[in-house]
Write a protein that binds this ligand. Structure first.
Ligand SMILES: Nc1ncnc2c1ncn2[C@@H]1O[C@H](COP(=O)(O)OP(=O)(O)OP(=O)(O)O)[C@@H](O)[C@H]1O
Ligand SMILES: [Mg+2]
Length: 240
């Protein structure tokens, strides 16, 4: 369970988040919807420790994680699949995935069955399986995006943050990504999802929050938000 209370964050003098509160309950998929520049990526960066919040509280399973270093937060089971294909270019697909399990291999997270999870990750992402010995830097953009997502799952996380996993993908791969998200959900993986395809995100999510200029404007059950006239007009029209 991830809980955020009155979170404020930004970049230097630029304040982006003006006190947002949200919850990602265990086993649920929660989506954060908002226009470009609303602060979705900034929210995820603040949660995973890539930037330091300036106010508010973030707790993971009851423990305060705001202000901790990224690696300490990852050790506690928070996995972040960041916006824009961040993979280790000069390492193979398999090695990238194994690195995702690094805290499990060094004993800072329960080890579990890393080898089995690697097999399961490859089964979930067949394109990565076919290319398991290829250097990540030579994968297509879409394949790198999938690798970033699969690597996050290899942490066996308490919560995974997915920032636009479908960005730049061909329509058929977008569909595949949403199937994978639904599959992870059925396995009980807890997720905070940001997606340009807001309607598809609300279909897979249990709950949603709308972020406008760094503030939550509306939130509710995903099924209810899908029918909310204001949400429909602003985010579920053509192109979303
Ligand atoms: N490193 C940075 N330095 C300064 N300002 C930044 C930085 N990163 C983002 N911003 C600003 O913070 C605001 C929120 O950006 P953010 O990336 O969180 O938006 P977003 O909701 O993820 O948008 P998108 O849908 O385009 O990904 C924007 O005004 C952006 O210009
Ligand atoms: Mg973003």
């Amino acid at each position: 369970m991830l809980t955020i209370k009155n979170l404020e964050a930004g970049y230097g003098k630029v304040h982006v988040l003006h006190g947002i509160s949200l919850e990602v309950p265990k086993g649920k998929v929660v989506t954060l919807i908002g226009s470009n520049g609303a602060g979705k990526t900034t929210t995820m960066r603040a949660i995973s420790g890539m930037i330091s919040p300036t106010a508010g509280e973030i707790t993971l399973n009851g423990e305060r994680i705001d202000g901790m270093e990224s690696f300490s937060i990852a050790k506690r089971g928070l996995a972040h699949s960041p916006e824009g294909r961040r993979v280790f270019a000069t390492m193979t697909v398999t090695d990238n995935l194994t690195l995702g399990a690094f805290p499990r291999l060094t004993g800072s997270r329960p080890k579990g069955d890393v080898a089995g999870d690697l097999v399961r990750a490859m089964d979930l992402f067949p394109r990565l399986k076919e290319r398991r010995n290829q250097l990540a830097g030579t994968l297509s953009g879409g394949e790198q995006q999938m690798l970033a997502m699969a690597r996050a799952v290899m942490l066996n996380p308490e919560v995974v943050l997915l920032d636009e996993p479908s960005m730049g993908l061909a329509p058929i791969l977008v569909e595949e990504v949403f199937k994978i998200i639904a599959n992870l959900k059925s396995q009980g993986v807890t997720m905070l999802l940001v997606e340009q395809f807001a309607a598809a995100a609300l279909n897979v999510a249990d709950y949603g929050y709308v972020l406008e200029n760094g503030r939550i404007s509306v939130h509710g059950e995903a099924s209810r938000l899908k029918d909310d006239p204001a949400v429909k007009a602003a985010y579920l029209g053509g192109g979303h």
